[in-house]
Design a protein around this ligand. Structure first.
Ligand code: ZN
Length: 433
């Protein structure tokens, strides 16, 4: 492990540590997960009581599980939760019974198209029990009586979630949200948890304009609960991203916010395009992850979702094949760097005013123009960026507008603006202007 210190490796190791834990929308798996993440990343852990009304929903019972297995007629333990927690239908009610194969089959879930893999199935809002297994194992089951045990409990308790706020210069917030309710699945969404943890560590060391709110929540019910209990805070959210499926080496996928062309949408696309990262862009649709709640019409927050292979579009999705070999340290690090680049655009997307707008000011006498005719493409690019910033800084164009129109990387436009602000030629417009 000579590469011990790479951020990607650190992210991967966090995923490895969280992988064996059986999580669900409530219960000790979520608590244990947040506890582990908290060791290196600060957060507040909230507990919301079972039965609490949250908009049209109610915080459900807390689910915990000790063990689950099936014993075949020959006495052999053939399905064992302790070997893979996907074997149990997540949120299963408890059972201890002996059933003939025909009856047992009503409670078994398989993937005939991928006969080696175990599916991930849940039953949150309807009390059921069940097991998931490979189709190959399923077709080998012999007639006879099977003993089934699910040692789980569904009782009054709490819904647990983690939250962290990094305060910036302004109260305006950027929201980052990931779901923490999936059991042993890596891309969806231990990769998102690892990315958010490292993004917190990175942003905590920066001087920030925006405040950044991070939510580690169970999918759907978690965002509904948070929104229901934080309606006033939600008004401060100006931009946001749902962080999911960021660990596989596939191309990026950006799902736009409901408004479709909000600043966050433009910032993400600017970064993906200018960095020449292969990517797909999809319009908002009211399915997927927690963007569904953030973008519900009563909130309509500018929240998109930046992932790699996304929701339902990769065969390993919601199966035992979304495991530690499906994700890579490099892909996670590239995803993190892409998120950081997006935050950099948001942080620096300001409006400036050219204080010398009548004809071009003379850059050479201010040391900003290479009068010897620079041969470096980068220098020429930088000089074009200076001219674009001066030309469009009339108080009505932001740096992102200028980057889009000039097709010059945002980071170069940002540097050009900083250089001009160091002279008498450019000043930041007042926020109201
Ligand atoms: Zn999922």
């Amino acid at each position: 492990m000579s590469d011990n210190d790479s951020i990607g490796k650190q992210m991967y190791r966090l995923v490895e540590e969280l992988y064996p834990i059986c999580r669900s929308i409530t219960g000790n798996g979520v608590r244990r997960t947040l506890e582990i993440v908290s060791r290196s990343t600060p957060m507040t852990i909230h507990e919301v009581k079972t039965g609490t009304p949250v908009f049209d929903w109610i915080v459900p019972k807390e689910w915990n599980i000790n063990d689950a297995y099936i014993i075949a007629p020959n006495g052999e333990k053939i399905v064992d939760f302790k070997k893979n927690n996907l074997h149990v239908l997540n949120y299963s009610s408890p059972i201890n019974a002996t059933l003939p194969l025909e009856k047992l089959k009503e409670h078994l879930y398989t993937l005939p198209d991928h006969p080696e893999w175990i599916p991930y199935r849940t039953s949150y809002y309807q009390e059921r029990w069940g097991f998931c297994l490979s189709h190959n194992q399923f077709i080998g089951l012999k007639e006879g009586d099977y003993k089934v045990v699910i040692d789980s409990s569904l009782s009054d308790g709490h819904l647990t979630y983690g939250e962290h706020l990094i305060k910036g210069e302004t109260e305006d917030e950027v929201l980052l949200s990931c779901h923490i309710c999936h059991p042993s699945l890596c891309n969806d969404n231990l990769s998102g948890i690892a990315l958010m943890a490292h993004l917190i560590n990175y942003l905590s060391q920066q001087k920030l304009r925006y405040s950044y709110r991070f939510l580690f929540i169970p999918g759907t019910i978690g965002s509904i609960t948070w929104l229901s209990q934080n309606e006033n805070t939600a008004k401060k959210i100006k931009h946001g991203l749902v962080v999911v499926c960021v660990g596989d080496p596939g191309a990026f996928t950006y799902k736009r916010s409901r408004d479709g062309n909000a600043e966050i949408d433009r910032a993400v696309l600017n970064v993906l395009t200018k960095a020449e990262l292969s990517h797909d862009v999809i319009d908002f649709y009211p399915y997927g992850y927690d963007e569904r709640q953030y973008c519900s019409p009563g909130f309509n927050l500018h929240v998109g979702s930046l992932s790699r292979s996304t929701h339902g579009c990769f065969p390993e999705y919601h199966t035992s094949a979304d495991n530690l070999s499906f994700i890579t340290a490099d892909a996670m690090e590239e995803s993190l760097n892409t998120y950081i680049a997006v935050m950099d655009v948001l942080e620096n997307n300001k409006t400036y005013i050219n204080t010398s707008p009548k004809c071009e000011p003379q850059l050479g006498k201010r040391g900003l123009y290479d009068s010897t005719g620079g041969t470096h493409t980068n220098d020429k690019n930088f000089q074009m960026a200076l001219l674009w910033v001066l030309n469009l800084s009339d108080g009505s164009h932001t740096l992102l507008d200028i980057s889009e129109r000039s097709e010059i990387q945002f980071s170069t436009i940002k540097q050009a603006a900083a250089a001009l602000c160091g002279t008498d030629l450019l000043v930041e417009a007042s926020p109201s202007g």
